[in-house]
Design a protein around this ligand. Structure first.
Ligand SMILES: N[C@@H](CCC(=O)N[C@@H](CS)C(=O)NCC(=O)O)C(=O)O
Length: 220
């Protein structure tokens, strides 16, 4: 019997796109179920009762939550292009960086434009982005995963696509080619990958969301 693969998500979410990228890399067909987060479905609440968040992947009736756990699950459950390195040490390094992105880097970036002291917030965000810039410099590869995208690239999807649109809406720019030559080049290459392109929300829709978020749009 064919596998049943369902993904509960929302189109604007960078977390959900991570799961879609991993599914694309493995060439897995899946049913995309769009959730209304202001009125969560009984399925979502049943499948992710702890966090009640998307994405949730349901594989043959079994739910998996948390985007990075989902990406690793997809890599374990399906053959094909590997998403994590095979070497145990390199796997640990990839997991470390993915965790760093979620716990330090992206929160620092998201603090820009929302906190009072932007100067301080920008300095902190740049310090965290510099860690990734240095990582690419030392590796000397196109992607964090080498020649092809892997766990760290997928984990950093927000930096590659969402962040630039957020900067435009907030009217604050610090992720520039001058400051981050490797990371900005990586971002361009990443969003142009076949497995990534069709998982990204339409730019105008995303911009509209952030304009509203930053209070730049009246009556929305
Ligand atoms: N750590 C989670 C974060 C997922 C997350 O924050 N999802 C958001 C959408 S972008 C959500 O479902 N929010 C609903 C809520 O907070 O009630 C992951 O990596 O999957």
């Amino acid at each position: 019997m064919a596998d049943s693969v369902k993904l509960y998500g929302t189109v604007l979410s960078a977390y959900v796109s991570r799961a879609k990228m991993a599914l694309n890399l493995k060439g897995i067909k899946y049913e995309n179920i769009e959730e209304d987060l202001s009125n969560k479905s009984t399925d979502l609440l049943k499948y992710n009762p702890v966090h009640k968040k998307v994405p949730v992947l349901v594989h043959n009736g079994k739910p998996i939550s948390e985007s990075l756990v989902i990406v690793e699950y997809i890599d374990d459950a399906w053959k094909g292009v590997p998403i994590l390195p095979q070497d145990p040490y390199q796997r640990a390094v990839a997991r470390f960086l993915a965790k760093f992105i979620d716990e330090k880097c992206v929160p620092a970036i998201k603090a820009v434009g929302t906190n009072g002291d932007d100067h301080q917030a920008i300095a902190e965000a740049c310090a965290q982005l510099q860690v990734l810039e240095n990582e690419l410099k030392v590796k000397g590869t196109k992607f964090f995963g080498g020649d092809n995208i892997g766990l760290v690239d997928i984990a950093a999807d927000f930096i590659a696509y969402w962040h630039g649109i957020r900067e435009e809406a907030a009217g604050v720019t610090f992720f520039t080619k001058d400051k981050f030559p490797k990371l900005t080049k990586w971002a361009d290459d990443f969003v142009n990958c076949q497995a990534v392109k069709n998982t990204l929300p339409p730019r105008e829709q995303m911009l509209g969301f952030y304009m509203k978020f930053f209070g730049k749009v009246n009556g929305m």
